[in-house]
Design a protein around this ligand. Structure first.
Ligand SMILES: *[C@@H]1O[C@H](CO)[C@@H](O)[C@H](O)[C@H]1NC(C)=O
Ligand SMILES: *[C@@H]1O[C@H](CO)[C@@H](O)[C@H](O)[C@H]1NC(C)=O
Ligand SMILES: *[C@@H]1O[C@H](CO)[C@@H](O)[C@H](O)[C@H]1NC(C)=O
Ligand SMILES: *[C@@H]1O[C@H](CO)[C@@H](O)[C@H](O)[C@H]1NC(C)=O
Length: 266
């Protein structure tokens, strides 16, 4: 029902189908060899290249590029164009994983590329595929913010992540000792590529607008990511770790945001 309303709104060009949500997430910036990530770029419908003059380049090897992992729980997501009561009864809360590659060049500008998503809601998988044209898959997922664990189980394997908070409590964005988080703000500021069904011949983009003053709460975490099987496609199975409070780091975050509808990238 809510999906039908959503689709109707998004395909009326004059309407605004922005979505607002709050999320508790873990965000991780992890370097990987460009030779592995190239496989994701090659699968794209448009020509994409790595931007090697990105601000994280000095923290990596020359042949590496960052991947932005979002282990997230979008909460109370509402379609802003709907009247409040309808927005309320169509609210969505789900678990989502996004594998994103920031600092990708399209037409001489940075964009974020989203080659792989998992969600535990069939309705959101359908909406993500149709409205944004992103490769979302339905999986069994669990996010436990008490035990600091997150898991994805899919036909091609599984992901098990555990986090270890480096400070006892979340603190407001901008607190002393959190300056290294700024790499996440910069990496996430560019629009992301979308491939919706569209009559326009131009490449489509959309944006996530995070509201870091709403307030947003953060804390650095250590991460241990165990990838079993081909679930992350070009990312091989194995154990990946991250020390947390560094530019290529790992953080828990609680933040509000708005997802825009798609628009011409240029
Ligand atoms: C609707 O609004 C009420 C009151 O603001 C809130 O408690 C509830 O979580 C909202 N969502 C749904 C799906 O009812
Ligand atoms: C590469 O990234 C830098 C830093 O974000 C940006 O200033 C520059 O415009 C990007 N280059 C291209 C060609 O997009
Ligand atoms: C961010 O949230 C605050 C507090 O809810 C609100 O006043 C402000 O308008 C929001 N900013 C944006 C850009 O949405
Ligand atoms: C921020 O990251 C740098 C580089 O890894 C590190 O030397 C520094 O200790 C980090 N800052 C904090 C507050 O941990």
């Amino acid at each position: 029902m809510s999906m039908i309303i959503f689709f109707l709104f998004c395909f009326i060009p004059i309407s605004n189908c922005d979505i607002t949500c709050r999320t508790t997430s873990w965000w991780v910036l992890q370097p990987f060899p460009k030779s592995l990530l190239q496989q994701f770029l090659d699968e794209s419908k448009v020509t994409l290249t790595f931007n090697s003059s990105n601000p994280l380049a000095r923290f990596m090897q020359d042949d590496e590029h960052p991947v932005y992992f979002e282990f997230t729980t979008p909460t109370n997501c509402e379609y802003t164009a709907l009247p409040p009561t309808l927005a309320n009864i169509t609210e969505q809360t789900f678990v989502e994983f996004k594998l994103e590659i920031p600092y990708i060049i399209l037409n001489n500008k940075n964009i974020m590329f989203k080659p792989l998503l998992y969600q535990n809601s069939l309705q959101n998988v359908a909406a993500t595929q149709v409205v944004y044209g992103l490769p979302a898959n339905f999986a069994i997922m669990n996010a436990d913010f008490d035990k600091n664990t997150y898991s994805i189980s899919y036909e091609k394997g599984s992901v098990q992540v555990s986090f270890e908070p480096l400070i006892p409590n979340l603190v407001p964005f901008g607190s002393p000792g959190t300056a290294n988080f700024s790499s996440f703000v910069d990496a996430n500021v560019s629009p992301w590529l979308a491939f919706p069904f569209s009559l326009s011949h131009n490449t489509q983009c959309a944006s996530h607008k995070y509201n870091f003053t709403a307030p947003a709460l953060i804390r650095p975490v250590k991460m241990s990511l165990n990838v079993i099987g081909d679930i992350l496609e070009a990312i091989p199975s194995g154990i990946y770790t991250n020390e947390g409070n560094q530019p290529l780091g790992a953080w828990q975050i609680d933040v509000s945001y708005r997802v825009t509808q798609t628009y011409d990238c240029d």
